[in-house]
Design a protein around this ligand. Sequence first.
Ligand code: G6P
Ligand code: MG
Length: 219
Amino acid sequence: MSKIKGVIFDLDGVIVDTAKFHFLAWKKLANDLGFDFTELQNEELKGVSRVRSLEKILEWGNTSLSEDEFIKKMAVKNDNYLSYITNLTSKDILPGVSRIIDFLTEENIPISLGSASKNARPILKKTGLIEKFHAIVDGNDVSKAKPDPEVFLIAAEKIGVAKENCLVFEDSVAGVQAANIAGMMSIGIGEKDVLHEADHVFSSFEEIEIDFIKKLLTT
Ligand code: G6P
Ligand code: MG
């Protein structure tokens, strides 16, 4: 493994616990259309763009919508999602995340965001983290959804770090696959069974020792 010189964070489910709000808002949409989907199916929505998520949900419900209805449903989902996150603050940063970000900052390691979300900037502002990022690549900057590596390749380019020297933190299967395809080191945050394709998996940032990160920066 190459020395790590830059770190890319996914947002939802990695930095903030917003993955549960995406789930709630999609579930409401499906329920309004008369069907439901499971938490296991929801794993397939993590890291995936808004459009692709709705396409998948409609497939699960054997339902189709006109183009107009599709756009309206996406807007309703996003409005619901935004209503869940209006009061987001620095208190909603997941445990252990700030400790790692602060360590990387002290070590002068550039940090980039690599998220599929179009709501990434407001979330980083609300949580007071935006200044910590040297680059932000989000759903407004990419055309291909994870597992396509586009978002991470742009994120690496923006911080001027070669892909083999990048480390990606991800909570989604699609995101871990995207990092692997990009040729970057992947660290999964979540369950080992789900994220088994990652180079390392931790159940949360609290489980990550600073020494572990230090080694990645020096060896
Ligand atoms: C992230 C989340 C997905 C979400 C996607 C688009 O990758 O993991 O659950 O659907 O971003 O987010 P947006 O905020 O633009 O709807
Ligand atoms: Mg995520």
